[in-house]
Design a protein around this ligand. Sequence first.
Ligand SMILES: [Zn+2]
Length: 163
Amino acid sequence: MRKITLSNGETVEVDCLSCGIASGLIEPDGGVVIETEHFHAHQDVAYPIRGLIILASKRHIKCFDELSDSERLDYINILARIRKAQRNALGIEYVYYFYKEDTTHHFHTWMVPRYEWMYEFGRSVESVRPVLLHARNEMNDRENVQQVTEAIKILTKELKSLG
Ligand SMILES: [Zn+2]
């Protein structure tokens, strides 16, 4: 069991953070952006980047080859829908995607929008971690967090209207 401190200060104990979120035990800040039969999307507000999305499976699996046929279809469709919403509603031109199988949680894909300021950390995969840390440590001010929260609402609405 891992002890997780929620943004409201309460702590919960879960075996897997992704299971906790997918089951609704842990409510992510900003809420659920979109949910399908097999997947669940939210923003990890610990990294305040406008339009960043975590797309997690509902089932506790770790590796790509564990996805069932219907999960595979659902995954690629929802990934593309979120991407389209990021572009249409937030004007996001490029996104970096990453996903690792040796996670301590379960199957989840990060969709990290690329903004101009990020290029000072480079253009390759090595830039992702410093970018995330920079956001967490230097961009956690009220104004930015407000913009991030606003973007969650915009994306949620856009995804509803795209159907
Ligand atoms: Zn899990």
